[in-house]
Design a protein around this ligand. Structure first.
Ligand code: ZN
Ligand code: ZN
Length: 314
């Protein structure tokens, strides 16, 4: 376990996150070269309504954002990435929906002595929901309230920002900065997988990233024809639900309009609904936005539920 993370977090007061910023502009949208060590990795281990987990690593830290899988599935995922579960530096939890954190996530943290990091509001929800295993984490000193200011984990700067979504507690997106350590510009990654709409301040954060992992949840027509109860359809398509392919394409168009051509390197579409979406539909919607940009368009990928997606970072 890298020691710096423990030192930083042990010295971080439990702030209770009384005033989580809605969002903040984290950097100016500039196009700069970067040249990361080969040890830097961004892998979407899986994304969708049956579970989400994203791995970010550099030479010292291995961070998971969310773990909505069984322990057996995660163990296989990490083995495929040649990572020992005990070497995970921290599990960052975006929100309390079960496809992002579950009993298995907390058991994983306890068994492997991995710190569990989220907003204090979310930790309170998890403490109530998973009383027994959470008490064990508490006793082991593995529960770490996340300051609205974020934290630094062994060369990775982590800044949370709040997203509009209907989970109990807060829903967070994360803006991560990986230092190159070799004089080149750092790499900036923003991940936002569950949100009903994109407020302007969140759009500005998306405009200040090199890699954007963004939800493209459903096709509105498939959702309407899904046979689901009207209340559920309203919830999913509402302002606190999930982004449709159309909404995501509109946000990406705005993000690209706000920044120099070519400065967004990679766009990953995530959290696709298995029943109400298809990769081809999401890609087609985005292609309408990206095609006019030609070679200045970002690389485009779709994260899958049961396959790893490794994002090329250099
Ligand atoms: Zn959610
Ligand atoms: Zn979700």
């Amino acid at each position: 376990m890298p020691s710096q993370f423990r030192k930083v977090l042990c010295g971080t007061p439990a702030l209770g996150c009384p005033s989580f910023p809605t969002a903040r502009q984290l950097a100016s949208p500039t196009a700069v070269p970067y040249n990361l060590p080969v040890s830097c990795r961004l892998v979407i281990l899986g994304s969708g309504s049956r579970g989400n987990s994203l791995l970010v690593a550099n030479s010292r830290a291995r961070i998971l954002i969310d773990m909505g899988f069984s322990q057996r599935r995660l163990a296989a995922d990490l083995a495929a990435q040649t990572i020992d579960p005990a070497d995970i530096t921290a599990l960052l939890v975006t929100h309390t929906h079960s496809d992002h954190v579950a009993d298995s996530s907390l058991k994983f943290c306890h068994y492997n002595q991995v710190p569990l990091v989220s907003a204090a509001e979310n930790l309170a929800v998890l403490r109530r929901r998973f009383r027994t295993i959470f008490a064990r984490l508490d006793r082991a000193g593995l529960v770490r309230p996340l300051s609205p200011r974020g934290l630094h984990i062994d060369g990775i700067d982590v800044r949370p920002f709040e997203l509009p979504h209907d989970a109990e507690g807060l829903t967070l997106g994360f803006h991560l900065t990986l230092g190159s350590g070799n004089g080149a510009a750092p790499l900036r990654i923003a991940a936002a997988t569950d949100l009903g709409h994109v407020p302007p301040e969140v759009c500005r954060i998306f405009s200040a990233t090199d890699v954007l992992v963004l939800e493209s949840n459903h096709d509105p027509q498939l959702l309407a024809a899904s046979g689901r109860p009207a209340s559920l359809i309203d919830r999913i398509s509402g302002d606190l639900g999930h982004l449709s392919n159309l909404q995501t394409a509109a946000v990406v168009a705005q993000v690209l309009a706000d920044r120099p051509p070519g400065s967004l390197r990679h766009l990953v579409l995530a959290h696709l609904s298995q029943e109400c979406n298809a990769p081809a539909l999401a890609l087609a919607e985005l292609a309408r936005v990206l095609a006019p940009l030609g070679s200045a368009a970002p690389a485009l990928s779709v994260a899958a539920q049961d396959e790893h997606l490794a994002v090329a970072l250099n």
